[in-house]
Ligand binder design. Structure first.
Ligand SMILES: [Zn+2]
Length: 176
């Protein structure tokens, strides 16, 4: 009898604990909508591994469409194609610094364009054969968020044109 009682209490305890865990999960705050972008480049890039559900909570609809579904914003519609301020452009998904304004140039395309990233390993390039074209997709090296494409018709010194979506970027102006 004692043993049965003991088992009963034990089960009750376990179920109470697991219930508490569940309710804790349910009430835990959703990640902030605005990403903590910083100009500090981490020495080593540690991958983010969020589920699509978590991304949906974190990003707004347009950000989700571009960053997670390889969408493209309308040309001349974004907030950065005509931005001439000095500063750093970070990933809108995870805040990783990606481009400096001193590598931004007038491409005439209606999308913010750069001739090189802040550091080569901050972006990853993938072959993209969607829409009947062969292009090189550029994604954030930390969160794999879609940023845009890179083309080989850019200005000196690299000859590259990183054609980015404003939606995929967060701009941090340099302090004057
Ligand atoms: Zn990112």
């Amino acid at each position: 009898m004692k043993i049965i009682n003991f088992i009963g209490i034990y089960c009750l305890l376990v179920s109470t604990v697991s219930c508490q865990n569940k309710s804790k999960e349910a009430t835990s705050p959703t990640p902030p909508a605005t990403v903590q972008a910083s100009k500090e480049i981490p020495e080593k890039i540690v991958k983010w591994n969020l589920s699509e559900q978590e991304w949906k909570k974190k990003l707004d609809e347009t950000q989700y469409y571009v960053l997670r579904e390889q969408g493209t914003e309308r040309a001349f519609s974004g907030k950065y194609w005509d931005n001439h301020e000095t500063g750093t452009y970070c990933c809108a998904g995870c805040g990783l610094p990606l481009f400096n304004s001193n590598t931004k140039f007038e491409s005439g395309t209606g999308w913010p364009s750069f001739f090189k990233p802040l550091r080569a390993d901050l972006v990853t390039e993938n072959t993209d054969i969607s829409h009947g074209m062969k292009r090189t997709e550029v994604v954030c090296a930390r969160c794999d968020g879609h940023l845009g494409h890179v083309f080989e018709d850019g200005p000196k010194p690299t000859g590259l044109r990183y054609c980015m979506n404003s939606v995929s970027l967060v701009f941090i102006p340099e302090k004057k």
